[in-house]
Design a protein around this ligand. Structure first.
Ligand code: PMP
Length: 427
């Protein structure tokens, strides 16, 4: 088929008529489908159900150092959980703290602590005139919401398939001491599914920030979330790289088992230098008498070690892969060669990122909603919800059943076509 961008007005008008009729048909079906958030499907959650049975009422619920996990204590996390999450994060268990059920919560706390108490003895950010964060875009909406909530000014940095534009990152952080951090999802990024290259990680580790309290918020949420056994991305481990570069305190590395076991009922962890972890501990000791050690024990008994985690993630992949492939096949078949959209084809993670013609994303999302398909809000992948080109849409294929996803993907491509034709006609 001819590219939409090469059609004349009459051709576009004829096409619009056809698409309008298809849209009316779809609307009449009264669909109610949700592709908005990166939630695992019920079938994925079922994979971890045995975890409910690994701790029995008759069991000795002590961790390996003999502490009763039913009681307070062991604020850093039980040693076997530190080992498990250490393996998952590729760091020594001594460099990790186990938290509660959410890594996002720990990120929020880290920013809150930096605001009120400062980072490792530096001036609390709330006492400064200006505090800024770099935000690779498109990115994770909930990161941006945290920095927005604290009144931190956000600066967009374009993403590339190799990671954020590092020329820009280096230039900005070396010159401006009010830049205190950067949000990163370095592996199978949210939403593009990109993995930072070796060179990008090396450049991160060698940053020379003007601010001594600048930190890289390295949110490795999708570290073991591969879709394929034989086609996996590889990410250089940043903590070791920072230590090698003489910058041991530059990074906070976050992880969680939210998309491994149960979102909202997994375990989260932070890996960082000893100095950074001690800084975290001063706050944590006031905040809690200890996190949920029974859940830590449950995770260790269920997964055992990295091999156990990997085997489990292969089961997730078997459920996710057909969904990603269905969406990608539909995009290719229906939109390939039309010149009205581009999309990513990730090897892991939870998302596909779609870029429409400029000025169409909001219209596509609104049309999909009208047809009964909820997508992530247009603009959500940008700070302040403002996508300067109004073109990026995050597609989250994990949650719907394959059958529902097929319908949702058809609605999506139809809405892309319709919004593009309307845009071109209005030009
Ligand atoms: N970081 C990223 C990049 C995510 O995509 C998500 C979940 N969508 C989270 C963090 C949330 O993690 P948690 O459940 O551990 O708070």
């Amino acid at each position: 088929m001819k590219k939409y961008t090469e059609m004349n007005k009459e051709e576009l008008q004829a096409l619009k008529k056809e698409l309008d009729a298809q849209f009316a048909e779809v609307k009449a079906q009264g669909l109610a489908l949700d592709m908005s958030r990166g939630k695992p499907s019920a079938a994925q959650l079922d994979l971890s159900m045995e975890m409910m049975d690994v701790l029995g009422s008759g069991d000795d619920l002590k961790c390996e150092t003999g502490v009763d996990c039913r009681n307070y204590g062991v604020i850093d996390g039980i040693p076997e959980a530190k080992r498990l999450l250490g393996e998952m994060s590729e760091v020594d268990p001594d460099h990790i703290i186990i938290y509660g059920n959410s890594s996002l919560n720990v990120m929020f706390d880290s920013i809150a602590r930096s605001m009120t108490h400062g980072v490792m003895g530096n001036t609390p950010w709330c006492k400064l005139d200006e505090v800024k964060f770099l935000c690779p875009v498109p990115g994770y909406d909930r990161h941006f919401k945290i920095t927005e909530f604290f009144g931190i000014q956000m600066i967009n940095v374009p993403m590339t398939p190799q990671g954020p534009d590092m020329d820009m990152v280096e230039e900005l952080v070396s010159k401006d001491a009010s830049i205190k951090g950067i949000w990163c999802v370095p592996k199978y990024s949210n939403p593009q599914g990109y993995t930072y290259s070796k060179k990008t990680v090396e450049r991160f580790a060698r940053l020379k920030p003007a601010a001594p309290d600048f930190r890289i918020y390295w949110d490795n949420a999708y570290s073991i979330h591969h879709l394929y056994d034989d086609n996996q991305d590889f990410l250089v481990e940043i903590l070791a790289e920072c230590a090698k570069a003489g910058n041991p305190d530059l990074v906070y590395k976050f992880t969680s088992t939210s998309k491994v076991s149960f979102p909202g009922s997994g375990i989260a962890a932070v890996a960082a230098s000893k100095a950074n972890l001690d800084d975290f501990r001063t706050y944590m000791q006031i905040q809690t008498i200890g996190h949920d050690k029974l859940n830590q024990l449950r995770h260790v008994k269920f997964f055992k070690d990295l091999d156990g985690l990997r085997a489990h993630m292969r089961k997730h992949a078997a459920l996710l892969r057909p969904k990603f492939e269905l969406v990608l096949d539909t995009l290719e078949k229906e939109l390939g060669g039309l010149g009205i959209g581009q999309w990513t084809s990730p090897h892991g993670g939870y998302f596909i990122s779609f870029d429409s013609l400029d000025g169409c994303a909001k219209a596509i999302v609104a049309k999909a909603k009208e047809a009964g398909v909820v997508l992530t809000g247009a603009g959500a992948t940008y700070p302040y919800g403002k996508d300067p080109k109004d073109s990026n849409i995050r597609i989250a294929p994990s949650f719907p059943t394959l059958e529902d996803l097929e319908k949702a993907a058809q609605v999506f491509v139809l809405c892309v076509k319709l919004a593009s034709v309307e845009k071109l006609l209005a030009m």
